[in-house]
Structures are given as structure tokens and as C-alpha cells.
Design a protein around this ligand. Sequence first.
Ligand code: GLN
Ligand code: ZN
Length: 763
Amino acid sequence: MKITNLGFPRIGRQRELKFALEKYWRGEINQSQLVQVADELKKLHWDWQSQAGVELVPVGDFAYYDHVLTLSATLNAIPKRHRALDSQGNESPIDLDTLFRVARGRAPSGQHACAAEMTKFFNTNYHYQVPELSQDQQFNIAYTQIFDEVTQAQSFGYQAKPVLIGPVTYLYLSKTIGEFDKLSLLPQLLEAYQQILTRFAEQGVTWVQLDEPVLAADLSGDWQEAIRHSYQFLAQHKPQSVSLLLASYYGSIAHHHALVSALPVEGLHLDLISDKNHLALFLATLSADQVLSLGVINGRNVWAADVDLIAEQIQAVASDLGDRLWIAPSCSLLHSPVDLDSEQQLIPELQGQLAFAKQKLFELTDLHVLLSRADLQAKQLIIDRCQSRRAAKAAHADQQVIDRVARLKANDFERNSEFSSRIFAQHQKLKLPLLPTTTIGSFPQTPAIRGLRSRWRKGEVSDEQYQSQLQWVTKDTIERQLKLGIDVLVHGEAERNDMVEYFAEYLNGVGFTQFGWVQSYGSRCVKPPLIYGDVSRPNAMTVEWATYAQSLTEKPVKGMLTGPVTILHWSFAREDISRETIANQIALAIRDEVVDLEQAGIGIIQIDEPAFREGLPIKQTEWQTYLNWAVNAFKLSAAGVEDQTQIHTHMCYSEFNDTIEAIAAMDADVITIETSRSHMELLNAFESFAYPNDIGPGVYDIHSPNTPSVEEIVELMTKAAAKIPVKQLWVNPDCGLKTRTWDEVEPALRNLVEATKILRRQY
Ligand code: GLN
Ligand code: ZN
């Protein structure tokens, strides 16, 4: 049996790559200094993997910005606008700055050009640069980073296993410039892969890993055929000395079993975390000389694995397959933080419970020990550690929370009355004009506010000073909104760093790390909270801020909360209970806050769910199950209030057609959404569904520094009113305003209010 790895995070245990990149972009270091940091990281990561017993180290998992982008460069699939020209006007070779121009629209060298699109990589929070392919795209090797890295790894004495996104997934992820069938590019693309494999063979490479996560999706017949054809073609045309490991992950591929098991590849990697049944299914069809790589350690979480239980599960396979069995993480470790050894301040509940990327490799080492003929003492030590970890975890259970979720009844998820009666009661109470104006929650987070928060965290500012300065900011925010004439105000969220972290810090059962960073895109990383235990809310989280803001005005101030689905999705969640149960626990905590806000006199409460759609599974056939519990969790968080209390929700993405039923089922009294860029086309889904509740379609694109004019806003809302009865409409920006400046926000909101006055005269 061999230990193997699909890929390692590149960002560095202290985010060394991030800081080097940003310095390079700012011109503070030169390219060779940046490359040196990258080289040191690669070496360190290969060293760790080798120490853990990984014989074939992955190469090509490192990327200066994004591995999909590196592949585009390798394949010569870089948009013309990002290519630099030499003095004769010919295209210069692709280099590092070319990559940065694609990703960021600019680099220290070359002309600025509009950046390429970026989007989420399957069901992860990693974002990749979408390849742009035109019908006459020619693929050929145009950038040699991966070949250089093979040489690099070899120079340290390592056997390199290059890792590439497979041809079908690459096409699947790309977008076409002009209308044509992407798959028409496949023959050309396969020839380029053939060239790449030939080059690897010349370098002495014996195994190449081709990642086809697309297999986790439902594929139409032509895409299935593309898989079949690609691997048949590569089997026929690749050098004999190179073996292919076809890797799938992020979801079950059982639905493609017949297709995948018939592919002529030398090795198959299966994600057993997504589907335990993969093992029996594919074992039955494994050919006599095929290698089976089993993804048994979750590659995209932070929790220590039960290697003793895993060993029991694969014991029989291990003795049957011998050297043909490889053990691995389920997917690339890209989605895990790097190194637990950096953590100095873990709470006791988290100690012994975690494994980051580096530790996950050593879990494989432990698993190897358990499955080998090593001495019993060594085995027992590992088993004892697993058992005591489970015992410690069990001891932290919060029976009250568990019971409360178990006791939930159908009517806990429902408001007292239907929307039609609620909105009547709300109109009576709130007395808002037609087309009420509001904002989404945050107002500009000035350097002064950010500085204040960080000084307070460091203990340089006392609690009292912090409190009073934030009160001043809140008061200022309320006064500005009053002056602008907005109808439903917000307190501005100046006390919040991040809409999930803020709440996570108040909740029991949720912990934090110091260095648990995961790359989101390029140099951007996120540090998700860790939901390790049963979640509850020991104390009010927002009531003080909301009531303070409300005390300053007669107009309604919205209470502002983050919803359970979003908190769950933007955290690392425990895996010993279902996501549905965790969502319900968080929902109950939020519900407690909602009820407290109502009791404190807050008449409108917004529960943001911007990550609602992100939780959708890759396979459409699994959507409904997710939507059912996600909708319920939201409803549970909201349903504790009286009819006259108005519940808002907010979502900022641009696709509602396929989920409108679920959105309606959430039954928020008001939903505000991001629409300004879609010119209200997004409302079509709401129109054809005859969405019954109130909607605030965004009329101010907050991602742009531009001020929307009165005319533009009138035009957008007129379009909206053609689709949705005007009595259901609100007027608001697309999203929160925290990234903008007051100089941008005030004129925009002034126009928003002005436009609304014109509209009110019209309707
Ligand atoms: N209330 C949050 C804000 O305004 C919502 C942010 C979001 O939707 N991402 O900042
Ligand atoms: Zn938003």
C-alpha cells in the first residue's frame, strides 16, 4: 500500500505567498524575490509530504494565482487583451505578469486590460479564473511552469507526480467567446494534453494525475462521450512510460460507474468521503492491473480523522490489493488550512480535535501503520489517541441544545399567520409609504473604524472608549440616513468585522484559529470559524446596538442578523451530526436573538442569507433535499415573532430561476436582492412565479464607484414595476455599503430617494 496526495495548499502556513504577491504587485519586491518565496514554499511542502511517506509528490498544485489559470497559460489559452506585445507588435511569451493581468487586469508590467471572470470552483469556496475560449482557439504548450517544477522536485530527490485538471473538466469550466459548442475544441485540446504527457515522459515522470471533478455532476450524453473519448485517446497516444491516475472528488460518481469503470486508465482515485459506497461499487469492476486510490481522509475540513475506524473499513481491500492500493485525502488539500503546529491559542475543546493539511498527511502515515504489519504497540498508541479524542468530544455535548432540536415541531417553523394577514398588521404598525426606501445593513467602514476595532482587539483601547466611539459612529450613520430621507434605517454594522465571524464569536460551540487560513482566490484568504460543538447563544448579540440606534429616531431601524444557512456555509462544521441538525441549532440561536430584538422594540429584523445558494449540491438531483432543510432552518430562525414584526432577508447573487420555489417557501416578508446589473431581468423568476411577498430589487450597483443617476433608478424601478405589483416593491441598493466611501454613498442614496419621490407620483 502507498500513501499518496492529490495536492497541497500553496498559500503558506503564515500566508507567505499572499504577502509576497501583494508586495510584488505594489512594487516592493521584484519578480525573483517573489519566485524565491514560491520556491521555498514548494520545497517545504514537498519535504513535509515526503516525511509523511508520500512517495510521488504532487507537482502543479502550486500556483501563483490559480491552478486553472496556470493550465490556461500552459495550453496557450490566454485572452489576447492580456498578452504583452514586443516592440515589433508581436505577442511576447506568456510569463508571470501575463497571469496577473488575466486575474487582476493589471501587473507590474504590460498594459491594463479588463480582468477575466472569476467564479466558484464546483461546490467549494475556492474561486478560479474562467478560461475564455474562442472557436479558433489553438492549444499548444506556451508556458513551462509545471515542467520547471517537475525538474525542481526531481532536483531535491523527489519523484514528481504532475497534477493537472483533466481535459473535460477544463472545457466544462471554461466559457466560450461567441456561440459554439465547447466540445468542438476537444480534439485540439487532447492533442495538447498528449504533448504535455510526452514532455513529462521525457522528464522521467511515471505517473500523472488528471483531475476530473466534473464526474461529480450530472453529465449529458455528449459530455459523457467526451470523457470516454478523451481517456481512450490519451491511452492510445500517450507515451507508454506514463501512467494516468484519473481523480474524481467533491461528490459521488456512482451515477457514472459504468462510464468510469470502463476507462482505460492505470489508476482511479475515488472520494470515499462523498460516497462510502464507491468502494464496493468500483472494487467489483477494477481491472487486475489497475491502481485504486482511496480518498479516506476528508481533504476539505479541519477535523482529525478516526483513522482507527477507517482502518477497519479498508482492512480487507488493503490485503487484497497490496501495492495497488493507495491511500489519500479525498481531494486536494487546497481547501484545508496549512499547519496546525502554528496554533498557540486553541481552546481546550479544540485541542486534539484538529488536523490541517500537514497533519492530514500524517494521519495517512498512521493509517498505514494500522494497516501494515507494524508492531502492536505502535498501533495501540494510534487507536488510543482516536478513542480518547472521541471521548473528549462526547463530553462536550450540550444536552439542552440536542433536546431542543429533537423537540422541534412543525409549527415551530411557521409564522402565526399567512403573509397576507401579516403584511396587513405590519402596514398598520409601520405606516411606511409606497415604495419604502432602505439599505442592506452596512455603511462605509472608514479607516478610522477599522483602526478602532483593531486597536480594541489588541487591548490598546478600553471597552468604554470603544463603546462610546462606536456609538458616535452609529449616531452619525443614523443622522445621515435621516438627512437623506430614507424610510427604514439601519445602524450601520460598524462593530462588525465580518458578518459571520461577529456572530460566531458570541455563539457557544463555535471556535477560532489564529492561522486557519484557506485560499479563496489569488492572495485572498478566509479564516472560517469552527463549529465544533452544539451551538447556542448564551447572551444577546446585537440587541444593544439595535436599541441604541432605535433610540435616536422615530423611524424604524432594522435589526441586522446573519442567517443560519450562511453561518453554517461559511464555517468549518463538525461532521458527526448532519448539516441539517447544525443548521437548526444555529437557527435556534438566531431565533432567540430575533425574539429578543422584537421584545426590545425592534419592529423590522433582517436575517441575511447571501450564502444560501452556495450550499446547493453539484448534482441537481440532490438540490431538493438541501433546499428543504435550508429553507426550514431559515424559517425556524424567523418564526418566533408576532405578525406585526416584519422579517426581511437579503441575498446577493444573480440566479433565482431554478430556486424561486424555495425562495418563496422561506416566506420572508421582504427579500432584498442584487439586480442592478441584470437590468431587472432577475425579477422574471419572481414575476412568473407570482411571488407573493415584498421584494426590494437592488438599484445601486455597490461594486462600482459610480453614482447611479435619478433617471437610471427611475428606469430600473419602472421596469421592476412592470413585472411586480408596485405595492410589493421596495427601493434599495444591491448589497451592503461597507466597501464604499461616504462620498460615493451619499450622492447615490440621495438619488435613490429622489427617484423614489418621482416614482411615488407616478403610481
Ligand atoms: N447586512 C450585510 C451588509 O450590509 C449583508 C452583506 C452581504 O449580503 N454579503 O454588509
Ligand atoms: Zn449582499
